[in-house]
Design a protein around this ligand. Structure first.
Ligand code: HEM
Length: 225
């Protein structure tokens, strides 16, 4: 009996969960410079940020536009009538309040906080529409925004801090609690929601990954503006 129990557990563990599909589609969209698993060659339009010279001004634009995106995701999840979003309330991955603190810090140092620009405001508007019309699509963006920030976003933050902020670690890159565990809870919730999706809905969700890359990529480019 023990042997057969062990075997059936192994089957469950090795079955490909939907979040693994989401991750593998996302990893293929990275360039080889960005991540080892990347499936694209780098071009002049996506040079590694660490090899270029960022400015505090550009970085502030990036933080402000990121904040609009997190404000939007977090208010959709808090207020939506759609029950499948309720799982994503208080995941511990929320970034909006952290960014408020970081922007206050810059302001105290005498920097002017810019108005949000079109990469952030357009993406926010798009996310609002998607959340109402297309839950699998919306959840794709939700996943990519939070997970990208926990991975590549953190590396970029460290690099930029080393180059222009005297290694100051911003709140944007700090989580209350164990980040790995927080991420795993969200993975589990996404897998559970996706269990009720048809193959078509799953494919539709995966297809939004490219759009998510494009929108977040534009915001990321603000660092260099
Ligand atoms: C994961 C780098 C942009 C989505 C990663 C990883 C790296 C990375 C190193 C970790 C791979 C691993 O698990 O070993 C970068 C860099 C970027 C960038 C340098 C830009 C300069 C993006 C963008 C998105 C994105 C724009 C989507 C909006 C993801 C996702 C993961 C990931 C979903 C998987 C995280 C996980 O499994 O926990 N990235 N990335 N990345 N990235 Fe990016």
């Amino acid at each position: 009996l023990w042997e057969s129990k062990k075997r059936s557990r192994a089957v469950v563990v090795s079955a490909k969960m939907f979040v693994d599909e989401m991750r593998s589609v996302a990893m293929k969209l990275h360039t080889k410079d960005q991540a080892k698993e990347g499936g694209r060659k780098s071009s002049s339009s996506n040079k590694p940020i660490g090899k270029l010279q960022p400015s505090v001004e550009g970085y502030l634009k990036f933080l402000v536009d990121s904040k609009i995106v997190y404000d939007t995701l977090e208010s959709i999840v808090q207020n939506s009538a759609n029950p499948s979003y309720a799982k994503f309330k208080n995941t511990g991955l929320e970034r909006s309040e952290k960014l408020v603190k970081d922007l206050e810090w810059f302001k105290k140092l005498g920097h002017t906080i810019p108005e949000p620009s079109s990469p952030g405001t357009n993406y926010a508007r798009y996310l609002e529409q998607l959340s109402e019309t297309d839950p699998p699509g919306f959840i794709c963006h939700f996943y990519n925004v939070y997970f990208a920030h926990s991975a590549g976003g953190r590396m970029i933050g460290k690099k930029v801090a080393g180059m222009i902020l005297d290694d100051k670690e911003l709140e944007f890159y700090k989580w209350d609690g164990d980040l790995k565990e927080l991420l795993q809870h969200v993975r589990d919730d996404i897998n559970e929601i996706a269990n009720s999706w048809s193959r078509e809905e799953k494919d539709h969700c995966l297809e939004q990954t490219a759009m998510s890359f494009e929108c977040s990529g534009e915001i990321l480019q603000l660092v260099l503006s």
